[in-house]
Design a protein around this ligand. Structure first.
Ligand code: GLC
Length: 412
């Protein structure tokens, strides 16, 4: 287990798998959450979407049921994405859910549902803002090409607005478990912002995309080269990924990832002591798209079967030379995670040369054959090593198999 904080933030080391939700008026055209930037929809056209915002089927309990069924243990939701539209009753901009046909505070509804079932809630907040007149849009990445007519670009004024909004989010919605910054395009540094969050919400872990390094790193999708070959992380990490390839927000015509891709990605992080946030984009009516729901359900089935291999464990891949697998362990138990495409029905665990008492495939509950013997490919060392045999590799090709090995002793 990663080093503890020694305070209320320690929840983050126990609850490792969360639901990420990107939701806003961009769900109405259903193209992508960055419709104004990637899709170049003019800002004056975009703001009109608020006139149609009416998610009458929004039921926060339905979201939480889906998350819990998938084995997820916390939720992070976009309170304001780059478009600047706010999903809560904010006093600091009229561009919010109260001034729409729906007219209700969505974050209050979600927070109530979370608190009722003690489900940790975190707020995502985009620093880049394509609506607020003081945000200095100037054509950098994730910014409009220039200020809109009538804007008054002024970073310091914008930060006053931002702090006032963060104060609202940290004082009006009960206990928060996370504050999830995004898109500090300016790379402005100001530790006073996180200090305010920490004083108001001591249980909230804060990510590294804000105004100081925060508590944890946030590798996204498959963007970070070489990260899969690292056996562990230097600091607390929470990877994030969406169920769809093109978008985090609802996309009508999404190309969804395969279960295999997602499960591998999830296990590769969980088995290395990182957290994982898997994202869905609810539809404009407030419901989670069926395709996303089904993906979460299938992933949940896998996760529940193997969960003991990632809970209260430590990464232990250093115990083997086999780089096709990852290992985790708890006392005398070692879990073997087949995170790469198995090339054969056997798994070599050299230099471990001890036989376990039991070997079980967690995905099915079936026993796994094993032996400690000399194999031809180890002829130079000429030593017997532990080897798992006859795994159902062709049957379970679309998942990550995890094998539980129970030993009489601690393997060093
Ligand atoms: C990127 C995208 C953004 C998304 C975020 C999630 O920063 O710009 O749309 O919210 O990733 O990590």
């Amino acid at each position: 287990m990663a080093t503890q904080f020694g305070d209320e933030r320690d929840w983050f080391l126990e609850k490792r798998f969360g639901l990420f939700v990107h939701w806003g008026i961009y769900a109405i055209p259903g193209w992508q959450e960055q419709h104004q930037w990637r899709g170049r929809m003019p800002a004056n056209e975009y703001v009109k979407l608020a006139e149609q915002w009416n998610p009458t089927n929004f039921n926060p309990d339905a979201w939480l049921d889906i998350a819990e069924e998938a084995g997820m243990q916390y939720i992070i939701v976009t309170t304001k994405h780059h478009d600047g539209f706010c999903l809560w009753d904010t006093a600091h901009t009229a561009f919010n859910t109260m001034n729409t046909p729906y007219g209700k505070d969505l974050m209050a509804m979600l927070a109530d549902a979370c608190h009722k079932r003690n489900f940790p809630l975190g707020f995502y907040y985009s620093i880049a803002d394509w609506h607020h007149p003081n945000y200095p849009n100037q054509g950098r990445h994730h910014e409009l090409p220039q200020p809109k007519p009538g804007d008054d670009p002024d970073l310091m004024k914008y930060l006053e607005f931002l702090k006032a909004q963060v104060w609202e989010l940290c004082t009006h919605y009960g206990k928060l478990h996370a504050f999830w910054w995004d898109m500090n395009v300016d790379e402005h540094f100001d530790p006073s912002v996180n200090a305010m969050i920490r004083s108001l919400q001591p249980a909230a872990v804060i990510n590294n995309r804000g105004f100081d390094p925060g508590d944890f790193g946030t590798p996204e999708r498959d963007h970070v080269q070489g990260i899969d070959t690292q056996q562990s992380f230097d600091r607390l990490t929470e990877a994030c990924q969406s169920v769809g390839f093109e978008s985090w927000g609802y996309r009508v015509d999404e190309d969804y990832y395969t279960d295999r891709h997602l499960i591998r990605s999830i296990d590769r992080y969980l088995a290395r002591d990182a957290n994982y946030l898997l994202n869905v984009g609810p539809k404009p009516d407030g419901t989670i798209p069926d395709a996303s729901k089904h993906i979460l359900k299938r992933i949940g089935k896998w996760y529940r079967a193997v969960a003991e291999a990632v809970k209260d464990v430590e990464p232990a891949s250093h115990l083997t030379r086999n780089r096709d697998i990852l290992l985790t362990r708890r006392d005398n138990v070692i879990y073997v995670h087949l995170v790469n495409d198995p090339r054969t029905s056997g798994v070599k665990l050299d230099p471990i040369d001890v036989a376990p008492k039991n070997a079980t495939l967690l995905n099915t509950g079936e026993p796994v054959d094993f032996t400690v013997d000399l194999v031809p490919t180890n002829h130079i060392e000429h030593k017997p090593y532990l080897r798992l045999q006859n795994l159902p590799v062709n049957e379970l090709i679309n998942t990550v198999m995890v094998v539980k090995l129970e030993f009489d002793e601690i393997i060093e």
